[in-house]
Ligand binder design. Structure first.
Ligand code: GDP
Length: 507
């Protein structure tokens, strides 16, 4: 039996129209009734937590959430990825939990830096991509120029499935190549409200352009798409509702159902007879009144039933999942059952960590969920020295959540945090204050980079004897070499051939 689940993300550069498209997809799916609700709900949620003020000030989305909607028997799980380039760790991890992606491009701007970065992450895992060229109701670049740019910049075959008839002031609808009908703008708002007409005569220059788009590119090829080598391209306008139906149809027909996931040497198929999944995100303190945490688990196999006992790989003993959460767009709903491809939120008190596998029999470990090498290291300085305990708790919590990585040096009491983007530091300081009542400053650390070290006990001991001042432990107590420079790392790597130094840590 093939699954009716489609678990996907939207990747885009800020302002390309991801939020608008999300609203329209949810509307189509009958999940919400008023456009604008996504943002309105988002704001209500933000108001609940102080640290999210940063998000408001900067007009960006730092948290990612899950939205589930249904259409004609297909269940779509849309994982929202924060779009800001500074806060990419979370985004990257979210992309490990999807089976496909929609790439939104602004018709006037083409491929922008963040689009490309996110695309590269998708390519690493061969995630298939459907392209949506947005804002054709405004002036945009010539169609072939946009298509060629996607093909060249991303080294990808493009297969146009539709084309706008004119753009900006000349826009008169979107032609669907599959059935030669034109979706027409209606009313004062010039929105698509469902009216389609057969394609009529076109002015010569437009007919020529359409012909080029239609004939000049490869035909759609399901296998090439599923391998991530070809992207079908839809033109449309999220704001005016053009192309949205087509995207849902394409997801239904072409996007892959839940894929098998690597677990060491094995591949766990969705049909595997045991409930398994992995945590790709932990969100804590969404409500400051309750110190709750929600671990987002992507189901890989089996049929989950409420109350089931699952064993987290990081814990070793089973937990009963009594009140799992499913994310229907209107509201959070308590999940009774969930299957491969679904995301469930598991409330917990810090037992679940990003990267954990959960399974019924505790016999599976998913691999490939990356931890990113910290590129910026800072020393945490307390303003009130009596708050050491609170700070330690906060740093442990936030590193579990994946907001920061924390390093406790063997010598001295200076705790170090590592991040991949500057914004994470702002989030850290602001959350320390809002949620833990700890005032702290961040100062330059005497280290430039960090490497996890592994080796035999004897080799580790020798290394430690010589490098005590550069050794730290991470949140899990694993040894980390803190280096003053990349040169330092190379020197130690050469000098210690029997130790393994790694920039990232896979749990
Ligand atoms: P995001 O940052 O990618 O989530 O982008 P938004 O969905 O917030 O859109 C950014 C801006 O572009 C907003 O002002 C939207 O109203 C506008 N926008 C989005 N889609 C369209 C479209 O199809 N046509 C036009 N003209 N504007 C759009």
């Amino acid at each position: 039996m093939t699954s009716n689940r489609r678990t996907f993300a939207i990747i885009s550069h800020p302002d390309a129209g991801k939020t608008t498209l999300t609203e329209k997809l949810l509307l189509q799916g009958g999940a919400i009734h008023l456009a604008g609700e996504v943002k309105a709900r988002g704001q209500a949620r933000r108001a609940r937590s102080d640290w999210m003020k940063i998000e408001q000030q900067r007009g960006i989305s730092v948290t990612s959430s899950v939205m589930t909607f249904q259409k004609d028997g297909t269940v779509f799980n849309l994982l929202d990825t924060p779009g800001h380039e500074d806060f990419s760790e979370d985004t990257y991890r979210t992309l490990t939990a999807v089976d496909s992606a929609i790439m939104v491009i602004d018709a006037a701007k083409g491929i922008e830096p963040q689009t490309r970065k996110l695309f590269e992450v998708c390519r690493l895992r061969s995630v298939p991509i459907i392209t949506f060229v947005n804002k054709v109701d405004r002036e945009g670049r010539p169609l072939t120029e946009i298509l060629d740019e996607v093909a060249d910049a991303l080294a990808l075959d493009v297969s146009p499935q539709s084309a706008p008839l004119g753009m900006g002031g000349l826009f008169t609808g979107v032609l669907d190549f599959s059935n030669d009908t034109v979706a027409k703008p209606e009313g004062d708002s010039r929105e698509y409200l469902g009216r389609r007409e057969p394609l009529g005569e076109l002015p010569d220059d437009l007919a020529e352009e359409i012909e080029l788009v239609r004939e000049g590119y490869p035909e759609f090829d399901l296998e090439a798409y599923r391998h991530g080598d070809l992207t079908p391209v839809f033109f449309g306008s999220a704001l005016k509702n053009f192309g949205v139906e087509e995207l849902i149809a394409a997801l239904t027909r072409w996007a892959p159902p839940p894929r098998p996931q690597p677990a060491g040497e094995r591949q766990i198929e969705p049909s595997f007879d045991e409930v398994t999944g992995f945590v790709f995100k932990v969100q804590a303190n969404m409500d400051p009144q309750h110190r709750d945490r929600i671990a987002f688990m992507r189901m890989v196999s089996g049929t989950f039933k409420r109350g089931m006992k699952l064993t987290p790989s990081g814990l070793g003993k089973p937990i009963a999942v009594h009140s799992p959460i499913l994310f229907f767009a209107q509201d959070r709903e308590i999940a009774d059952t969930a299957e491969a491809g679904d995301i469930i939120g598991i409330p917990n008190h810090g037992t679940l960590r990003v990267g954990d596998t959960l399974s019924e029999r505790n016999d599976v470990r998913f691999t490939g969920l990356p931890n990113f090498a910290p590129e910026i290291l800072r020393r945490v300085v307390l303003k009130d020295p009596t708050k050491t305990k609170q700070l330690r708790k906060a740093l442990d919590d936030l590193s579990e959540e994946g907001v920061i990585q924390v390093f406790y040096p063997e010598i001295g009491g200076q705790w170090i945090v590592g991040v991949v983007g500057q914004l994470q530091l702002d989030v850290l300081v602001s959350r320390l204050e809002a949620e833990y009542k700890v005032e702290a400053a961040l100062e330059m650390a005497p280290f430039a980079t960090a490497r996890w070290v592994k080796g035999s006990d004897a080799a580790m001991k020798t290394f430690a004897d010589f490098n005590r001042a550069n050794l730290a432990k991470d949140r899990d107590g694993d040894p980390v070499f803190m280096a003053k420079s990349p040169w330092d790392v190379n020197y130690q790597v050469e000098k210690n051939p029997d130790l393994a130094f790694s920039a990232t840590k896979e749990r």
